[in-house]
Design a protein around this ligand. Structure first.
Ligand code: ADP
Length: 169
């Protein structure tokens, strides 16, 4: 199972996979951080498709095509904004990962790359987010043998180290 999970440092817009996951906001209208990078790399058609989907509640996800990205699809997952930790943030973050895997299953997708959802502008402490993300990814890999590869793409070396430590813990 662990050999189907990889942690890398890099830019998720360069990853070739059946799907990459976007840390989106509820409007699905694009934004900063990884969201902005994905929209810039995919081109304007991505925004056009997103705007047909309506709002996406926190903790849920929607799927679109990948357009000019090397990834075939984008799964837009809406993570929680950190509000101190006692407002359901952990459960909502876990729900993002589960919703993304449910869409993978529905669409028959086998390879996926995730960014570190909610740990940028949304302020979720990465040391708390990493074990939640990895727990949900491991659970999906255990349940679904058809999943070939799950990659977590960390933007900085410091973030990669946090995930590596959480993976070993
Ligand atoms: P959120 O609003 O969910 O916090 P952000 O985009 O602000 O989303 O940050 C989520 C994570 O994505 C952060 O760790 C940020 O450093 C990282 N990130 C930003 N750009 C990229 C990129 N091109 N590829 C991978 N990760 C990225």
């Amino acid at each position: 199972m662990t050999e189907r999970l990889e942690l890398i440092q890099g830019d998720i817009t360069h990853v070739t996979a059946d799907a990459i996951v976007n840390a989106a906001n509820s409007s699905l209208g694009g934004g900063g951080g990884v969201d902005g990078a994905i929209h810039r790399a995919a081109g304007r058609e991505l925004l056009a498709e997103c705007l047909t989907l309506g709002r996406c509640p926190t903790g849920q996800a929607r799927i679109t095509k990948g357009y000019r990205l090397p990834a075939a699809h984008v799964i837009h997952a809406v993570g929680p904004v950190w509000q101190g930790g006692s407002h359901g943030e952990d459960a909502l973050l876990a729900s993002c990962y589960r919703s993304a895997f449910a869409l993978m299953e529905k669409h028959g997708l086998r390879t996926v790359a995730f960014p570190s959802i909610s740990t940028g502008v949304y302020g979720f402490p990465i040391a708390r987010a990493a074990p939640i993300a990895l727990r949900e990814i491991r659970a999906a890999l255990e349940r679904r043998p058809e999943l070939e590869r799950v990659t977590v793409v960390l933007f900085s070396e410091a973030d990669l180290k946090v995930y590596q430590q959480a993976l070993g813990a």
